[in-house]
Write a protein that binds this ligand. Sequence first.
Ligand code: GDP
Ligand code: MG
Length: 678
Amino acid sequence: MGEGKKLVFALAGNQNSGKTTLFNQLTGASRHVGNFPGVTVERHEGRIKGHEFAELVDLPGIYSMSPYSGEEIITRDMLIEERPDAIINIVDAMNIERNLYLTLQLIELSIPLVVALNMMDEMRANGNEVNIRALSERLGVPVIPISASKNEGLHELVDTAIDAADKRLKPAVTDFCAGPVHRCIHSIAHIVEDHAEKIGIPDRFAATKLVEGDAPIMGKLSLNENELETVKHLVREMENEIGTDREAALADMRYRFIERVIGETVNKRARSRERERSAAADLVLTHRVFALPIFMAIMFGVFWLTFGVVGIPLSDILGEAIGVFNEAVGGLLETAGINPVFRRFVTEGILTGVGTVVTFIPVIATLFLLLSLLEDSGYMARIAFVMDKPLRKIGLSGRSIVPMLLGFGCTVPAAMSARTLPSERDRVLSILLLPFMSCTAKLPIYALFTAVFFPNHGAAVMTLLYALGITIGTVVVLALKNVPFFRGNPVPFVMELPNYRLPNAKSVFILLWEKCEDFLTRAFTVIFAATVAIWILSNFDVRLYMVDDYEQSVLASLSRMLSPIFAPLGFGFWQATIAVITGIMAKEATISTLAVVSGTTAEELPAVMSAMFSTLQAFSFLIFVLLYTPCIAAMATIKRELGSGPKALLLAGFQFALAWLLACAIYQTGRLLMGMMR
Ligand code: GDP
Ligand code: MG
């Protein structure tokens, strides 16, 4: 079957229908799955397990073939221009009406198509039934019942899809309509037939798009004036005859067909148990008054668990273990009679630097475990819904919450996810807000400083830092609203609220692993390199002699030139300066740098730090770190997403200035107050 030649399968479907879950199952990949619309924003490719000649492309979710946002365009372009050998159209059986709306449009592409009817487990649990055979006949394409997350029906799906691609089984039914719309589409199809053929799209599809008034397709077809006039005329005729406008007429036609098909093939209880449960939960969780306090309480709970109860204590244990390991290695090198310089390089340089960063894995794992539980349960989508109103007040839409929340993980994927925003204005605004969402790489810095300087108020200081970031971001966005480009209103919010689900252990684990893997990779690459460089620079002087005192090192001399910049902020000493600079490479490098330049082990670092900073200086440093220039990776992504021009550079400069001013204000005010109290 198909051996030898390569087959390309496109995975298309609505958002949140289980595409990525299916993709992961079929290819063995582990992409991020979320009970949250808009998680997949780029296409991903993989080979189907056991059928290495079959390539599967996971596409962002779409609701129709009339694209409004960036990721819908990706999907549509792939389907129209690359023409895959077959489309696997994943349909959420629990929302079959809305899902089939896309199916009808995919059928028009006249590419072999297989419908994967997903979530059959929920369907069954609700006591609903689908007559698969009848549904398949009415749609004119194979329909395979599956459950992506339970791994059911996937073999049959793959076999059917390969078969359809091999035999080029085009959809058998192409007409879903009768009456005026039908007549109009057919007449237009005749007129544009040769134009459509020239650019390689089916005439039926071209005709429907013309009826819809789809500008990009209309442009591509390059009709002459006469033809355009005729098309316009035919459409107007149709509109007159049924008395609605063109888009409504088409939508109406499709929904009527779907209703009829579903009436004949699906036996559904009035409401599903999941929906009922979700609706009951939503009475409280999205309540007009309680929703926001509940959200805040939940977020505080998350921070409290992460920094107070679980994360930090686990980090401490890991830190001790790393300390023991470090000593053991040091001892081993000593008994082996290794050169003491090299010994120090290994223990004080590499092990301390990388070790300090690795210690924070438990904190990050805990935070993301909790966040992914919230996401996979469906609660995050409610947050977007609840936050829509307040966000709208500052000129953003509820959808911006997706990039914002991802921003607490890492700015890089967050900036990319902003592509799900339907308008350019909303997208750019959301991206500019991102650097104010504290990413996980800053977390070790906060955690370490709060542990040393505010041991009894850990969760409070953390919450304060995060809240301050959000507040300042908000103020910035509000200010930007006066810039001409950002005037106007966010695009209205339409987002599906998925049912609440028990989080799937596998997808939560995948999400968790993604974050930790990312973090670990950085610890052993960027941080490793930075640590080595800093150890060398801080242990040798300009003439390459090993120094007795770090004060004489190359690094100290270099940093001392820059440290006056930070004097007004309270940390104008060279160790802090160099930590700030390496933080631009990668935020985690800030603490490993502090560890290396003070020549201590991770265990002794807190003691050294409390000698280095006063509490006020530490606080000022935290504020500065919260707000100053994002790391290089984030800047590069922001630059890519915002397009050419100096926008990204301006943002970097602006953030540095903002951080400086605020930290300075806090430090100077703090000093004044302390002076007065004395
Ligand atoms: P995508 O947005 O289409 O890529 O959808 P995802 O793959 O991210 O899945 C959306 C949600 O549906 C996740 O919470 C999945 O765990 C869940 N899900 C996917 N397939 C099934 C299934 O067959 N049964 C059930 N009960 N849930 C599923
Ligand atoms: Mg997805």
